[in-house]
Design a protein around this ligand. Structure first.
Ligand code: NAD
Length: 359
């Protein structure tokens, strides 16, 4: 077990903007990266929070991720857009691509946007929230390539794809979505194994396999180079099927890179994402969608609670609660702090910057 240091979210935000600045990012880019990473910590997803910075710094240094790059539109046929992420920061590519898709959905009622060849676009819920704030419903299918597979298919003993996330967001009349499903199609996200490894914790039971295909709770094999083991796809054959569809829709359909061994694996996290952005006004109206949704969601919440459970939650509620609980304090484990020291030093800042920010 390791101990934690507790940071104010603003201190971690400053750390990320300063490290990005030291890498050469323009202030707007540094702000987008920090907003998304610290937003993930605030939402309770440390797997996609400030702890991503060491991988980003290593990727910039290794010439796999490029600062100050932007998206380019590869093809544009009205409500259908194919967008190249140009190995920009995923926080920039995701933001720009989502903005374009929202704009098109406003004009046409629906937009289909394929974003390919972006560096890691982080917590996909961030893009669902961007759509929901604009009053849009959105559906996102995402694959992860550029690295070895990490998730075993149903019945498989070794990995064939990554943690391929899916997100569906439904707006409310305010800024927060009425419901936001944002999930890896693996039983756990890889970043959660990293956090467990850094914290000296075991993996949840029945979530991972060792190199021989046996169930294990030790995260070490998943973090080893080369990797020795796999995470199990969620939901048996159904979840494994959804993960496969993320690869086919997110990457094959958008002209992106699947994780097929024919494509280069250079220790990157290259995401491709198919986003379907829908203006509710094209089918009904936002207010009517929200009224019907709220009535239904309340009906779901009112289910009597099974033994062993405390309550029934709607997707997105755990993140809302985490945001309230973490508004003034985010715990970072010692293993992650030492990686953040390394990242600051590699980017050209004093290694002690992360401790200095703690004051
Ligand atoms: N960019 C990438 O390559 C990539 C890859 C994989 C995952 N991710 C991200 O990793 C993050 C973590 O994914 P995860 O699958 O570990 O998340 P998770 O298992 O914590 O949550 C998944 C979903 O379930 C909902 N949920 C959780 N507990 C609930 C409960 N008790 N009742 C009702 N709903 C509940 C959450 O609101 C969320 O929508 C996501 O933000 C995802 O986008 C990114």
């Amino acid at each position: 077990m390791t101990t934690d240091s507790t940071y104010h979210p603003q201190q971690l935000h400053t750390y990320v903007t300063e490290v990005c600045g030291a890498l050469g990012s323009e202030p707007e880019e540094a702000g987008l990266v920090a907003d998304q990473l610290i937003g993930a910590n605030l939402a309770g997803h440390d797997s996609h929070g400030v702890g991503m910075m060491p991988a980003y710094v290593a990727s910039v240094a290794g010439g796999r991720l490029f600062v100050n790059r932007h998206i380019s539109v590869a093809s544009d046929s009205g409500s259908v857009l194919v967008i190249d992420g140009n190995r920009a920061f995923g926080q920039v590519a995701g933001y720009e691509a989502t903005n374009l898709a929202i704009e098109r959905a406003r004009e046409a009622g629906v937009a289909l946007a394929g974003l390919r060849n972006s560096f890691h676009i982080g917590r996909i819920g961030h893009w669902g929230e961007q759509c929901a704030r604009a009053g849009m419903v959105s559906i996102h299918f995402v694959n992860v390539a550029g690295n070895d597979p990490i998730v075993a298919p149903y019945g498989g003993a070794d990995a064939r794809f990554a943690t391929n996330p899916i997100c569906v967001a439904v707006p409310s009349m305010g800024d927060e979505p009425a419901a936001l499903l944002d999930m890896a199609t693996s039983l756990i996200a890889l970043g959660k194994a990293r956090v467990a490894h850094n914290s000296g914790l075991e993996l949840p039971s029945d979530t991972a396999l060792d190199g021989s295909g046996n169930v294990t709770r030790d995260p070490a094999g998943l973090m080893a180079v080369p990797r020795d083991g796999a995470i199990i796809a969620f939901g048996n054959h159904k979840g494994s099927g959804l993960a496969i569809m993320c690869e086919l829709l997110g990457a094959a359909l958008t002209g992106g890179m699947t994780i097929s061994p024919r494509h280069e694996r250079d220790d990157s996290a290259i995401n491709s994402m198919l986003s379907i952005v829908i203006d509710p006004g094209a089918l009904t109206s936002r207010s009517s969608l929200v009224a019907e949704a709220n009535e239904f969601l309340d009906y779901v919440r009112s289910s009597s609670v099974r033994a062993g459970f405390e309550e029934v939650l709607i997707p997105g509620e755990p993140e809302l609660r985490a945001r309230q609980a973490r508004a003034a304090a985010i715990a970072v484990d010692d293993g992650s702090v030492s990686q953040l020291r390394w990242a600051a030093g590699k980017a050209g800042l004093p290694e002690t910057r992360i401790e200095e920010l703690l004051g």
